[in-house]
Write a protein that binds this ligand. Structure first.
Ligand code: IMP
Ligand code: MG
Length: 176
């Protein structure tokens, strides 16, 4: 099995780092009067982006983790189920949901709606990548690092069957 075959670079580690720095500065500015910011990582794909983002945001915050699974049902919308929920009481707090990629948008929209039922002060979203060509759910990211075309990408946390998450860059995956 050729696990370490060459994956062509779409976005380099240096470009990612520069965009995260800019995004983090905007986030710190936008939340400077926040009564409490909880940054929620959507597992597993967002964990590397999350780790770099929170270390660049220069303000106090807390972190939590959620895991969701989407099922393709018979309806076109499908359903999203929370497999691992956050432990934080988010009532009155600002919540920033951090996701690796906004594709159809179903996962992030479902999570946002679930968290909005828990009386937070606000729920916003931050994504590393945005693939607008595939959007079916009515959601746009509040913060995003890169817009990309309709390609399947791996690396920097994103996987194909759990492989390639460890690549330090975002690369283009093609079936061999
Ligand atoms: P959505 O609910 O369709 O927006 O699903 C987003 C999820 O699909 C992401 O969290 C990823 O796990 C996965 N995904 C979508 N596009 C890609 C891709 O190009 N590479 C790897 N995973 C992807
Ligand atoms: Mg994911």
């Amino acid at each position: 099995m050729d696990c370490k075959r060459e994956i062509p670079v779409l976005i380099s580690a240096e470009e990612i780092a520069a965009h995260i720095k800019e995004l983090a500065a905007r986030i710190a500015e936008d939340y400077r009067d926040s009564p409490g910011l909880t940054v929620v990582c959507v597992l597993s794909g967002a964990y590397i982006f999350m780790a770099d983002l929170v270390r660049a945001v220069n303000m106090p915050l807390t972190m939590d983790f959620v895991r969701a699974k989407s099922y393709d049902g018979t309806t076109s919308t499908g359903t999203v189920r929370v497999e691992l929920d956050i432990k934080t009481n988010i009532a009155g707090k600002d919540v920033l949901l951090v996701e690796d990629i906004l594709d159809t948008g179903r996962t992030l929209l479902a999570l946002k709606e679930i968290f909005l039922t828990r009386a937070p002060r606000s729920v916003k979203t931050a994504v590393l990548l945005d693939k607008p060509a595939r959007r079916t759910a009515a959601i746009a990211a509040d913060y995003r690092c890169f817009e990309i075309p309709d390609l399947f990408v791996v690396g920097y946390g994103l996987d194909c069957d759990e492989q390639f998450r460890e690549l330090p860059y975002v690369g283009i995956f093609t079936q061999t």
